[in-house]
Every structure is written in C-alpha cells, then in structure tokens.
Design a protein around this ligand. Structure first.
Ligand code: PEP
Ligand code: MN
Length: 346
C-alpha cells in the first residue's frame, strides 16, 4: 500500500504496457474521485493523477499491471509541467505549426489601424514565409487617451487579411465579454502581459477550443507565468504558447529587459512551446533583429514581431515596428539561425 505519496502523481507506464492496462489505471483513479490525464508519447505513456493525497493513498498504484513507476510531483504546476508530457506540445492552426521542430514566425502590426495598413503588412508577412499574422483589435494602453484599437472593425479587417493571405490570425482578448466576437475571427487568442494574472479571463479562455498565446507579465516570475498557464490548462485547454516579452528592471536603455534565461528555464520546466517578443522587449526597431536571433539561438520555439508599412505613422508602438519593406530580409536572417538549430519555420 502506497502511503507516502504527495497529492499529485505521475504514473509512468512500462514500454510494453497495453492500452487496457492504462485504461485500468485510469478507471481505478476515477473510481476514487481522482482526475486522470493520459499523455501518450513516443517513448512512454504517462498518466497524471490530480486529486487528494488521501484518495491517492488508497490505491497501490505501483502494483498495477503495466505500471513502471509512480512519481510524486512537488512543483505547484502539474498539467503544464514537462514531466507530464513526454513529448513537446506542438500548436497547430490552419496547418501552421509551432513547437518541437517547428519555429513560429509570427508578425504583423501592433494594432490594426486600417484595411490598407493591415493588408500591406499581411502580404509582406506571407511573402516572407511568416507562420501567422498578429494584429491588435483591442489594445491595452497605459493612457486612457491613447488609441484603444478599432475593436470589432479591426476583427473584420483581420478576417479579410486571412482570406487573402491564408495566414492564421493572432489577436488579443482584453475582456471576457468580447470572447465570442474575438473567437470567431482569431485562430490563436492572445492574453497580454497586463492580463497574465487576470484569473477569470484565464479560466474563461481555458474553456475555449482555440490555442492561446499567453504573455508573461512585465513583473511576473517564471513560476507565476507557469501557474497562469496552469489556470488555462485546468479548464481543459492545454493548447498554450508561452511568451517572454521582457520584464521591468532598473535598466532604461531598452523598453523592458528581455529575459532570455527564462526561455532556457521554461524549456526545461514545461512541454508547452515558448516564444519570444523582441519588439516590446526592445522598444526600438534596430534591436529587434539581434534579440530575435538570440531568441532562436537560446531555443525559443518562435518569435512574435511587430511590423508596419510606415512605422513613423503608427498609432501605437511606432519606434519598435520593423518596416514591412524590410521584413523579407529580417525573415531570411532569422531563418539562418533557425536552420542552425535544426528547425524549420512552421
Ligand atoms: C501586444 O503584443 O500587442 C502587447 C500589448 O504586448 P504586451 O501584452 O506584451 O505588452
Ligand atoms: Mn505593441
């Protein structure tokens, strides 16, 4: 009888375990009121057991046929932990992929400002072989007097851009009341840095059948980011892309401080894809390429970059947006590092 188990466990099935043996373990867990999540990897099948210590302790799991090992998880995050999923998670939208061997090159304007501005950018992103098109419809601005985004009008423009280019759309959801409208157009829903710990929004997005791009809060720790992802996963949506976008430090030469160390840590800690936003971290267009290269080299699964046909006219984040006319060269420069890392743009 296993008596010294911690509240959450990983049950690793033996290489030769049968599907029936796995199902038997799951059924026994469920009978005692424990939630079981099965991950079938190339190497092994792992069952994550989420429930009370007392309930788990009633099951002699090590003795079940096909069970190789029972491991307690001591970390506060479970569903997003690397241990629970033997293979890295790959996020797919309209046939484009991010994670594992696929490097996501997401690009587009900070905000959708007009149909022409968005389509011009979308064409440049598509021509350069970008993976997805980004563009804010609802913008979280520090000042209530600043441009707040075109809202639903922008969603229609994004839809038009996808129809023309085939690029999947990444756009931010600010308010759960706009979920249905945003989900109708978005292929990936972005949760911005300012909302990383908006737990009601996270739970809401956890019930949606769309991938989520979750940005790290400017003052959030890596563990807090993983716990925010856990909120989404707990509701059933495990299609999550994490994004390092710079944190607030004493340094003033860049807008934020890009924490590339966090990317290396996250790659160890979670099976979820991890991407980098060099645009908001740098705050200056001239630093975006070197930071993006570093992101690819450190092992990030992609980047999200701001691009505008005429950055000097941008209504939001002009100084950091790459001119659309330069994006083709930018993409080729990134592709060289991506290839060195043994990956392909998704
Ligand atoms: C954005 O990507 O448009 C954005 C507002 O970024 P962040 O939430 O990282 O500030
Ligand atoms: Mn921006």
């Amino acid at each position: 009888m296993a008596t010294n188990l911690s509240p959450e466990l990983l049950i690793v099935m033996a290489a030769g375990a049968t599907a029936e043996q796995t199902e038997h373990v799951v059924a026994r867990l469920q009978e005692v009121g424990v939630d079981a999540r099965v991950s079938r990897g190339r190497e092994a099948t792992v069952i994550g057991a989420i429930g009370e210590r007392e309930l788990l302790a009633t099951l002699p799991l090590e003795a079940y046929p096909g069970v190789e090992q029972v491991l307690p998880i001591l970390k506060p995050y479970k569903l997003v932990a690397r241990e629970i999923s033997p293979d890295p998670t790959v996020i797919e939208a309209r046939g484009r992929k991010i994670g594992d061997g696929w490097f996501g090159l997401i690009a587009g304007p900070c905000a959708v400002e007009s149909s022409e501005q968005t389509l011009e950018t979308a064409r440049a992103v598509a021509a350069a072989g970008g993976t997805m098109l980004r563009g804010g419809a609802f913008k979280p601005r520090t000042s209530p007097y600043a441009f707040q985004g075109l809202g639903v009008e922008a969603l229609a423009i994004l839809r038009e851009a996808r129809e023309e280019t085939g690029l999947p759309i990444v756009t931010e959801l600010l308010d759960p009341r706009q979920l249905d409208e945003v989900a109708e157009v978005a292929d990936v829903i972005q949760i911005g840095a300012r909302n990383m710990q908006n737990f009601l929004l996270l739970a809401e997005i956890g019930r949606v059948d769309l991938p989520v791009l979750l940005k790290r809060g400017a003052s959030a720790s890596v563990e807090e980011l993983l716990m925010a992802a856990e909120y989404v996963a707990k509701e059933g949506n495990e299609r999550i892309i994490l994004c390092e976008r710079g944190i607030r430090t004493f340094e003033r030469t860049t807008r934020y401080t890009l924490d590339l160390g966090s990317v290396a840590v996250l790659k160890n800690e979670t099976h979820l894809p991890v991407i980098v936003d060099p645009s908001h971290a740098a705050g200056r267009a001239d630093l975006v390429l070197p930071l993006a290269r570093a992101a690819a080299a450190v092992g990030a699964d992609g980047i999200i970059v701001e691009v505008h046909p005429r950055p000097e006219e941008a209504l939001c984040d002009g100084p950091q947006q790459i001119p659309a006319s330069e994006f083709g060269q930018f993409a080729r420069d990134i592709e060289a590092i991506v290839a060195l890392m043994g990956r392909t743009i998704g």
